[in-house]
Design a binder for this molecule. Structure first.
Ligand SMILES: [Zn+2]
Length: 244
């Protein structure tokens, strides 16, 4: 279950599955990345320092490109180019990735004290970034998918994610599964969260919490690229790997 909480007075969204961890989604009032909203640059920088100070961690982040490259971070590197997924098993490391309608996915295995963030927009979803991420955790870090908790965070919902036929074709493999999309007035409306949920299930992850919130409908709380016609900042997914 998702619930709003506060991080030292700033509004965040958490899941009951990871309530005792610093793993959460930020909101407009805790903006960390201004993107094309230059007017929020100063506030974003201030908030990043605030996050670093309060968690006692340096921030590790990436240049997201809607691809499917995923990196396991190393101690001496805080920025990853061309990367849409970050994995860490380094105690007291802090991962940050940015979103404005795309699906943010947080993964955490408490048994292995290892966490990850994946950026699944429609391209990442079509490229099965979730499957690639779980495979990497399994094959390179020996993590059993059954031990992984997955949070599917706030993103554009089926209510608002209207696509053309080309995107629909790339996303929906089983046209008979009407839980994945709606067809109305000659347009397709695709459920990106449900497609990622199914990818997690097929990869062996069972402990999944999906956020119902649509960023486009709730652009008063989250940033929405579509609603704000591209002129917007980003909310972020944050994962801190627990220390001793
Ligand atoms: Zn909506």
């Amino acid at each position: 279950m998702f619930y709003f909480d506060d991080f030292y007075g700033k509004k965040i969204l958490k899941s009951s599955l990871l309530s005792d961890y610093d793993c959460f989604f930020t909101t407009r009032e805790f903006v960390l990345t201004c993107a094309s909203r230059e007017d929020l640059k100063e506030l974003s920088e201030h908030n990043r320092k605030f996050l670093s100070n309060k968690t006692g961690c340096n921030i590790t982040t990436a240049k997201q490109v809607h691809g499917n490259n995923i990196e396991i971070i190393s101690k001496d590197k805080e920025f990853y180019d061309n990367t849409d997924g970050l994995i860490s098993n380094i105690k007291n490391s802090l991962l940050l990735m940015n979103f404005a309608d795309c699906v943010p996915i947080i993964l955490y295995s408490k048994n292995d004290n290892t966490g990850a963030i994946l950026h699944a927009g429609w391209r990442g979803t079509a490229a099965k970034i979730v499957k690639i991420g779980i495979d990497k955790l399994k094959n390179e870090l020996n993590i059993n998918p059954e031990n992984i908790i997955a949070l599917i965070g706030p993103s554009i919902g089926k209510c608002c994610f209207e696509t053309g036929e080309d995107v629909f074709e790339q996303l929906v493999e089983d046209k008979n599964d009407i839980s994945l999309y709606q067809f109305k007035n000659g347009k397709y409306f695709v459920d990106l969260k449900k497609i990622n949920y199914n990818q997690l299930l097929s990869a062996g992850v069972e402990n999944i919490d999906t956020c119902d919130y649509c960023t486009c409908c709730m652009s008063d709380i989250f940033f929405s690229y579509r609603k704000e016609k591209g002129i917007t900042a980003r909310h972020s997914a944050i994962v801190k790997i627990k220390g001793d």
